[in-house]
Design a protein around this ligand. Structure first.
Ligand SMILES: [Zn+2]
Length: 249
């Protein structure tokens, strides 16, 4: 049976002599893998349409018992040109796509397929509009963690329930009051920092404009969310290290 899906290309891996395997987050079925035969040959007509961090329409032969399919044709639906011309934005896009890729593997049952697709599509759209990549990624991670049921608790102290919060604990996945933070040897944080983290977690990309309007710097909040995801989802996002290294000078 010939089928067509629309999907975001998450990853491309060389396979055999001239083929590639692509991992694609589709709107219709969640994450699927395709073998693109001959995609590394100069004259391949599909090569241009299977670039990571782009949206493609893919025709393939569907088989109900398979998880990997042979790609027939691929056509670019959205290239996100501005994003791909900028080192920082493209690094942020790679990190977002890698998150979607590794998280989809970590989750056993696929829920919220459409939401996950739309979340990543919005993330790439915002990066392509040159919005602050730290904030876009932070809001993306916050909403992604929420979809996977591991969102941070930023309403109260996760130990005692006190509303007077003074610290953020990666290990506990949320805020701590001053007393609980001291007991757990977690460093205290400025109130403004905790307020920013709460804002990002509450906003996600859905209410991005509210976080953007503050005109604050969200570098620390992105590092906090990435650390929490590494810890609670048990996944390592290699593209994050590269993205972060771009700030180290
Ligand atoms: Zn407490």
């Amino acid at each position: 049976m010939n089928d067509t899906v629309t999907g975001i290309i998450l990853k491309q891996t060389d396979y055999r002599e001239a083929d590639v395997i692509i991992s694609v987050l589709t709107k219709e079925y969640g994450k699927l893998s395709f073998v693109a035969s001959g995609a590394r040959k100069m004259k391949s007509k599909n090569a241009g349409a299977i670039m990571p961090c782009t949206i493609a329409e893919i025709q393939f032969d569907y088989r109900p018992d398979k998880t990997m399919f042979r790609l027939r044709t691929a056509r670019t639906r959205q290239y996100f040109r501005i994003l791909h011309e900028d080192l920082l934005l493209s690094a942020a896009a790679s990190a977002a796509c890698e998150c979607a890729d590794v998280m989809a593997m970590a989750g056993s049952e696929e829920e919220f397929i459409t939401e996950k697709y739309e979340l990543l599509e919005t993330c790439l759209t915002y990066l392509n509009e040159k919005k602050d990549p730290d904030l876009v990624l932070a809001c993306y991670l916050a909403e992604l963690m929420d979809l996977f049921g591991i969102s941070l608790d930023v309403d109260e102290c996760v130990h005692c329930g006190s509303l007077q919060v003074s610290a953020f604990s990666v290990a506990d996945g949320g805020f701590l009051c001053e007393e609980c933070a001291r007991k757990a040897s977690v460093p205290l944080r400025p109130a403004r920092q905790l307020k920013r983290l709460r804002l990002v977690v509450k906003a996600g990309l859905k209410h991005f404009a509210a976080a953007e309007a503050t005109d604050e710097n969200f570098r620390q909040e992105l590092l906090d969310l990435a650390a929490a995801m590494r810890r609670h989802a048990g996944v390592e996002i290699r593209s994050f290290s590269f993205y972060n290294s771009l700030f180290d000078h």
